[in-house]
Design a binder for this molecule. Structure first.
Ligand code: ADP
Ligand code: ZN
Ligand code: ZN
Length: 745
C-alpha cells in the first residue's frame, strides 16, 4: 500500500499548505479537521488535499496526530468560498478558514465531547430481561449504567461515560449481545404542513407583495436591492421570502445578517413567532456574544443542515450551510459589516460572492443603501425593489425641523447646556402627551476634553496622540483608543489651577442635562458604556419598549433598526462635525445615520418629528434629509464621486504599517512603494504618498498608511498579489497589513 499524505491549511500568514504524513485508521478526506504538530505546538488544520506523494523529504515530514471524523467534512464549495476570501483580501487560506470556525472546533481536545450528544443508546427488550441481574453484584459502575439505560428512552453516550469510564466498550459489548441498540440522533429536517399561521399575518402592501414575488421567483443568482424607507416593512418582506423558501424545500437554509448583536433578539423573536412550527433547533443565531458551547452547537446545526434559518452578524457569512438557498443582508449600508481587524472583509460583499457561487438570490435591504450598492442598481446589475411608503397605513415619515444654533444665539434665545429652546419645548410636550423621545449624539462619555483655562493644558493620553474623555459616573479619564484610565485630577498638573473644566458634550453629560431641563422625565442612556455587561443592552431596550422610559439618549446604538412603537420625537445634537471631515465617506455615513435615527420616529401612526440642531441649516445634506430624499442625495453624491475619481468609480487598497517610530512606519511604506512600481499591473495603479494616520500614535505605536487606487479591480488584485512576497521581505516595522476596499481612509 502506498503512503498517504495530506495538505493542510493552518492559521498562519504563509500562504501555503503544509504537508503531513497520514497513517491513522479513518479515511482522510478534504474538508476534515486534523490535529498536527507545528513547530513545538499542536495545532488544528483543515485538510485541503489528500495525495500519495509529497515533495517534502520523508525525514522532514511529520504525521497527523488525530482526525476529527465525527463531523461531516467542510464542502469543496465552502473551501472555495474561504479560498476566494483569502485571495481577494490578500491572506493565506488558513488565515481565513480556521478563524471562521468556532473556537471549540479548533481545540482538538474538545472534539470527542462535541460530537458525543448525537450518539445514544437504547435498552432493547432482550437487555431489559437480563439487566442488571446478569451483572456481578459488586460491579457498581456497570449497574449504574444499566439502571440509567432502563430509566430513560435513550441514554446519551456522554452521560454513559460519566457513569462509567469504560462505557463505550461495555455498550459495544452489550450491543453485540443484542441488549442495546446504538442510535445516531440526527434530527432529519421535517416539514410541518403549515409553517405559518396566515390568519395572523398583516396584509402585505402592494409594494411588499411585488418585492416578495420577485425574490421567490428567482431561480438562480439574483441580487436584489430592497430600498425601503424606514418603517416600510422590510422585515415582513424577508419573512415572506423565508416562508416561501422553507415551504418549498425541506433542505433549504437561509442566512439572515444584521449589523449588530443588539438587533438579533428583535429578529429572532419575529422568526420564532412566525415559524413556530419549525422543529426545535431550526432557527439559530451566530454572533460573538454567544457562549462557546452555544456557538459551536449552532455552527454544527448549520453545518449539518438541521438549522433552517441562521441569523447572525457579519461573522455568520462564513458559516457552513450545505442547503443555503437565500441570503438576506439587512441594513446593508452599515459599516459594521466590515471587519476592522484581522481579515478585513466585507460581509456584504462576500454575501454577493456566495450567492453567485451557489446560484441563489441575495437581498440587500436598506432605507439608505451604500453608494456602492446603489450604483450597482443604477447600472442594472442589482434588481431594485422599492418600498416607498410606511407599511402601517396611518404612519407617515416624520417632519424634519432644523434649529439654527447661530440664530438662536443672535436672538439671545435661551438654551440649556447645548439643548436649544425649541428642542426642550418639543421634549416637554412629548412628556405631557405620554409619548417617547430619543436624543441622538455620536459621542460617549461626559465630555471629550478636560482643559485648563489658565495655561491651556488639555488632558491627553500618555500612550496615544489623542485627548482623553471625561467619564463622570465612572469618575475617571479614559482614552477611547487604547483604554488607558486615570483619576480625574483636582487641579491642573501643569500650573496648579483648580479651575479645570470639561469642554464639549458626550451622552453622559446630555443625560444629566436632560434630567434637569425636562423635569419629571425618566431618562435612559444607551451607549457602549451603559451596556458593557452581557445582556444589559437587551434589558435596557426592553424598558424602552415597555414604556418605562420617556427620553432615550444614546449613540448610534439607538439609531439602527429598532422598531420603537411610541417614539414620536427624535433630537439630533452635534451632527455638524461630520459635515467637514477629510474622509470622503463621512457625508454618506452621516446622511445614513440621520435618516436611520429619524426613522425611529412616528412608526405606529402618531405623527413624528425630528429636530436637528445645526450651525449650517442651509447645508444640502440637511435639506435632502428634510425632504427624505435619499435618491437625490445618492445621485448627487455619486456625481461628485465620479468627478473626483473616488469609489465606487475606482477601487482602493491600503497598506498600513505600525512602527516604534513614525519614521520607521513611513520608511517601510516608502520601500514598499518602490517595490510595487515594477510589478505586473502596477502601471495602472496610482500610488499616493505615505501619510501618518490622523491619530498617529495609539498605545505607543506609530501608524501610517499608503493608498493605492485603480480603475480596474483585476489589475489592482494582480499587483497586490505580486506585492505580497516583496512586502514579506521588508523589515523595520512591528506590523503591516494590506486592506482591500477600505472604508476608513
Ligand atoms: P423597516 O425595517 O422597513 O424599517 P419594519 O419591518 O420594522 O420596517 O416594519 C415597520 C412596522 O410596520 C412594524 O411594526 C411592522 O409590524 C409593520 N408592518 C409591516 N408590514 C405591514 C403590513 N403589510 N401591514 C401593516 N403593518 C405592517
Ligand atoms: Zn493649567
Ligand atoms: Zn490611549
Amino acid at each position: 500500500m502506498s503512503a498517504v499524505f495530506v495538505r493542510v491549511a493552518l492559521d498562519h500568514p504563509l500562504p501555503t499548505l503544509f504537508d503531513y504524513r497520514y497513517d491513522l485508521a479513518p479515511r482522510p478526506e478534504a474538508g476534515l479537521l486534523v490535529r498536527v504538530p507545528f513547530g513545538r505546538r499542536d495545532v488544528v488544520g483543515l485538510i485541503c488535499e489528500v495525495t500519495t506523494q509529497s515533495d517534502v523529504p520523508a525525514d522532514k515530514l511529520r504525521a497527523v496526530e488525530a482526525i476529527c471524523d465525527a463531523c461531516a467534512p467542510l464542502s469543496g464549495e465552502w473551501r472555495a468560498l474561504a479560498a476566494f476570501a483569502a485571495e481577494y483580501y490578500q491572506r493565506g487560506l488558513g488565515e481565513v478558514a480556521l478563524p471562521a470556525l468556532p473556537q471549540a472546533l479548533r481545540d482538538a481536545s474538545r472534539w470527542a465531547r462535541l460530537f458525543a450528544p448525537a450518539e445514544r443508546y437504547q435498552l432493547l427488550p432482550a437487555g431489559r430481561a437480563v439487566l442488571p441481574d446478569a451483572l456481578p453484584a459488586r460491579a457498581h459502575a456497570l449497574r449504574r449504567l444499566a439502571e440509567a439505560l432502563a430509566a430513560q428512552p435513550a441514554l446519551a453516550a456522554a452521560d454513559a461515560r460519566a457513569l462509567h469510564p469504560k462505557a463505550s466498550t461495555t455498550l459495544a459489548e452489550w450491543q453485540s449481545k443484542g441488549w442495546v441498540v446504538r442510535e445516531e440522533k440526527d434530527d432529519a429536517p421535517e416539514l410541518p404542513d403549515e409553517l405559518t399561521n396566515d390568519a395572523l399575518l398583516p396584509r402585505l402592501t402592494q409594494e411588499q407583495q411585488e418585492a416578495v414575488d420577485a425574490i421567490t421567483a428567482a431561480r438562480s443568482f439574483a441580487p436584489f436591492l430592497l430600498h425601503g424607507v424606514t418603517g416600510s416593512g422590510k422585515t415582513e418582506v424577508y419573512l415572506h421570502a423565508l416562508a416561501g423558501l422553507l415551504h418549498a424545500r425541506p433542505d433549504a437554509q437561509a442566512l439572515v445578517l444584521v449589523p449588530e448583536i443588539n438587533l438579533t433578539p428583535q429578529f429572532e423573536a419575529a422568526f420564532r413567532a412566525r415559524f413556530a412550527a419549525l422543529p426545535e433547533g431550526a432557527i439559530v443565531t451566530m454572533h460573538s456574544g454567544l457562549a462557546e458551547g452555544e456557538r459551536v452547537r449552532n455552527w454544527l446545526a448549520a453545518h449539518t443542515g438541521r438549522a433552517r434559518i441562521v441569523l447572525g452578524t457579519r461573522l455568520a457569512i462564513l458559516a457552513s450551510m450545505p442547503g443555503l438557498a437565500l441570503i438576506v443582508v439587512d441594513e446593508e449600508h452599515d459599516p459594521a459589516y466590515k471587519q476592522q481587524e484581522g481579515l478585513r472583509y466585507s460581509a456584504r460583499d462576500l454575501a454577493i460572492y456566495r450567492a453567485k457561487q451557489r446560484e441563489i438570490p441575495v437581498v440587500l435591504g436598506s432605507a439608505t443603501p451604500s453608494l456602492e450598492s446603489w450604483w450597482q442598481a443604477e447600472q442594472g446589475r442589482y434588481t431594485r425593489l422599492t418600498l416607498s411608503r410606511r407599511a402601517v397605513a396611518e404612519a407617515v415619515l416624520p417632519s424634519v425641523r432644523l434649529v439654527d444654533l447661530e440664530e438662536e444665539r443672535r436672538r439671545g434665545r435661551a438654551s440649556i447646556e447645548g439643548l436649544s429652546g425649541p428642542l426642550v419645548a418639543a421634549l416637554k410636550s412629548r412628556l405631557e402627551r405620554g409619548e417617547q423621545s430619543l436624543v441622538f449624539l455620536n459621542r460617549r462619555g461626559y465630555a471629550p476634553i478636560l482643559s485648563c483655562d489658565a495655561c491651556g493644558w488639555v488632558a491627553g493620553c500618555p500612550r496615544c496622540s489623542a485627548y482623553v474623555v471625561l467619564h463622570k459616573p465612572e469618575r475617571n479619564l479614559r482614552c477611547h483608543h487604547c483604554g488607558w484610565e486615570a483619576r480625574i485630577p483636582k487641579s491642573c498638573p501643569d500650573c496648579g489651577n483648580v479651575d479645570i473644566a470639561p469642554m464639549g458634550r458626550g451622552t453622559q453629560r446630555v443625560e444629566e442635562t436632560l434630567a434637569s431641563a425636562v423635569p419629571g422625565a425618566r431618562v435612559l442612556r444607551i451607549d457602549a458604556d451603559s451596556t458593557r455587561r452581557k445582556g444589559s443592552a437587551q434589558a435596557l431596550f426592553s424598558d424602552v419598549h415597555a414604556g418605562e422610559v420617556d427620553i432615550l439618549v444614546g449613540t448610534q446604538m439607538i439609531a439602527k433598526g429598532h422598531d420603537f412603537q411610541r417614539v414620536t420625537l427624535v433630537g439630533v445634537l452635534n451632527a455638524d462635525t461630520a459635515l467637514f471631515s477629510h474622509d470622503f465617506r463621512a457625508s454618506e455615513r452621516l446622511f445614513a445615520q440621520l435618516m436611520q435615527v429619524s426613522g425611529r420616529a412616528g412608526r405606529s401612526g402618531l405623527p413624528g418629528e425630528v429636530v436637528i440642531q445645526t450651525r449650517y441649516p442651509r447645508h444640502a445634506l440637511y435639506h435632502a434629509l428634510a425632504r427624505h430624499d435619499y435618491v437625490g442625495f445618492a445621485n448627487s453624491t455619486l456625481t461628485e464621486r465620479r468627478d473626483a475619481h473616488l469609489p465606487p468609480f475606482v477601487y482602493q487598497a491600503l497598506l498600513r504599517a505600525e512602527g516604534r517610530t513614525l519614521e520607521a512606519a513611513l520608511g517601510f511604506l516608502q520601500q514598499a512603494a518602490t517595490a510595487f512600481a515594477p510589478l505586473p499591473g502596477a502601471d495602472r495603479v496610482t500610488v499616493y504618498d505615505a501619510v501618518p494616520l490622523t491619530i498617529v500614535k495609539v498605545f505607543n505605536v506609530h501608524r501610517a498608511q499608503l493608498l493605492l487606487e485603480c480603475a480596474s479591480r483585476a489589475a489592482l488584485q494582480t499587483a497586490l498579489r505580486a506585492w505580497q512576497p516583496e512586502l514579506r521581505s521588508l523589515k523595520g516595522v512591528l506590523r503591516w497589513a494590506v486592506e482591500v476596499d477600505p472604508l476608513d481612509i
